[in-house]
Design a protein around this ligand. Sequence first.
Ligand code: ADP
Ligand code: MG
Length: 628
Amino acid sequence: MTEEKMRFEAEVSRLLDIVVHSLYSNKDIFLRELISNASDACDKLRYEAIANPDLLEGDSEFKVRLLTDNVRHVLTIIDNGIGMNRDDLVANLGTIANSGTAKFVEALSKSDNAKNVDLIGQFGVGFYSAFMVADKVEVVTKKAGDSQAWKWASDGKGEYTIAEADMEGHGTQITLHLNDDSKDFTEEFRLRHIVKTYSDHIGIPVILMKGDGQDETLNEASALWTRPKSDITDEQYQEFYKHNSHAFDDPWKTIHYQAEGAIEYTGLLYIPTMRPFDLYDPARKGHLKLYVRKVFITEGADELLPPWLRFVSGVVDSQDLPLNISREMLQHNPVLTKIKNGLTKKLLSELESSATKDADGFAKFWEAFGSVVKEGLYEDYTNRDRILKLARFRSTGVDGWTSLADYVVRMKEGQKAIYYISGEDVAALKRSPQLEGFAAKGVEVLLFTDPVDEFWLQSIPSFDEKDFKSVTRGGADLNEVKAEDKAEADADDKKDDAAKDASLDILIAAIKIALGEGVKDVRESDRLTSSACCLIADETGMDLRMERLMKQHNRVDDISPRILEINPKHSLIKKLSDLAATDAKAAILHDAAFLLLDQARILEGEALPDPVAFARRLDLVMEKGLGA
Ligand code: ADP
Ligand code: MG
C-alpha cells in the first residue's frame, strides 16, 4: 500500500504553527469542533439518503462515539456520517477554502491574539484545532457509497500523508495522539463536562464508549430548537448561536417560537449585536438553516428571508415541506414563501417592540444594521411602511438617532417639507453652508449618510404627507417658516429694499455672463447666513452629494452643472453689488465670479476644474487688496 506525502497549503501551515503553540487558549474547544464536524457529516448523509437510501447500508442511527485509551493516551472520535474520499481529504484537510480565513490567520499571527484560537470554528477551520491537543492526528474515513477507505495522517508540521486503508461501513474516525499537556482528555469527567458545555445541543447522541459495555450518552441529543424554551438556558442559546452562526458576538435578540395554523414551523432566530464583516459581499451565504422535520436541508437559503434581513441567523424547521425536497426545488415553493412572510412579520414586530421598549438597544441595532434594513424600503413593497417607521436617522436637531415621526413633531410652524442633506459623514455634513439658513430658523435637517438613502428616496417621496426635500436642491422655501426670534424677523422685514435688489440683480447678471456654461444658474440665496455663496442642484436634479457619490461609483457619467447661490447679506456680496451697480463691466467682477464659484466648490468638497486659474485669480485679488 503506497503512502503519498503532501504539503499543506502555506496558509494552513501558518495556522497550524499558531495552533500548536497556542499555550494560553481554551483547548477544550477542539472536541466541540470535531463533534460539530461529525454531526455535520451525519446531517449531510441523512440528506443524501433521502434520494438514495442505499447509502445508509442499513446504518441509520446516526451517532458520534468517543473512544479513550488512557494507557497510550489516545482519544478517537468516530462518526457514521458521509465520510470523505481521497479528493475530499485533500480539499478539506489540506487547504483553506474560505476567504475570510486569511484575515483570521493574519489576526492570530499578531502574538497576543493567539488566545483567540478559540474562534477557529467560526472561521471554518475547526478541524485544525485537533493539533492543540495532539502531536499526531490520524483520520480514517470512507465515503458512503464508496468501497475504498483512506487514511490521512499528520503531525501538523507542514506535511501530511494519504494512503489507502480498510474500514467497515462508512464514516470517519479521527484518532488523536494526545500531547504531553493534554493527556487528561481521556478522563471521563473531563469529556462529560466538555460535551455538556459545548455539544449538548447537537441533534445526535455523543456516546462515551466504556470498556464494561455500559456506554454513556453525554448530551441531551435532541436538537436545541425542538426543546421547550423553559428547558433551555441563556448559555445554551448563546453557545448554539456562536456555533451555528459562526459568530463572535452575543446575540442581541434570541427569538424562539412555534408558528401554528396554516403553516407550521419552529423558528430559532438570532439578531446579532455586531455586523458580520461580509454583510455586503454579494457571494455571502447567510447562516439561517432550513430543516424539514429535523432533517437538515440547506443553509443560507435566500428563499427564507428577504435580503434586508440577511443578518438574521438560526434555524427554521418546517413541518409542511416534503422531506424529499431538493435544494433546487426550494425556489418559488409556496410553503417556503409563506414561511418567509411569517418570519419577516415576526422579526418586524420584534423590532417594533424593541424600538418602543428599548430605545438604546434599538439604536445600537440600527447603528449596525440600519443601512441593510433600509434596503427593504425599496425592495419590500409590502412592508415598507413598517420599515419606514422603524428607520432612524441622524439630524441637526438631535445628538443620537431620530425617527421620522419624532422629526415631524419637531417641525416648525409653516415648515412643509422634511429637509435632508446627503453626504458621506455626519461631521462634514453639519458644516455645510447650505444648512446656515435652516439653523438660523431652527429648522431641523436630516443627515443622510448611506448611499442607500438616495435609492429609497426615489420610491418614497413623502412621510406623513410631508415631502422629503434636499437642502442642496431647488429653492429653500425658508421664507414661509416662521422666524424663531425677533432679530431674524426684523431681518426678514428689511428684505425688500428695492435699490439693493436692483444692484444685486446687476451683480447676478454679471456673474452669469462671466461663468457662462459653467453654472446652470446664479441666484440669490435665502439659505445662507454667514457664507458668501454655495452650490445647489436643480429642483429636478439629484441631490448634490449623492450625485457625486454616484459618480465615484460610476453610476452617473458626469456631474450636472450647478446653481450658484449668493448671500445678499454677506458684506462681500454687498460690496460686489455696489460695484456692479456703478460699473457692471469692471474686470474684477469677472475674476470674483470665478473665485466665488471655486470657493463654493471647495466648500462642497469638490475638486476645482482649473486650480491654476484659481491660484492666479486669488493672487491678483490679494495684490489688489494689499493696495498694489
Ligand atoms: P468547517 O466544519 O467549518 O467546514 P472544519 O475545518 O471543521 O471546517 O472542517 C473542514 C471540512 O472537513 C468540513 O467542511 C468537512 O467537509 C470535512 N470534514 C471534517 N470532519 C469531517 C467528518 N467527521 N466527516 C466528514 N467530513 C469532515
Ligand atoms: Mg467544523
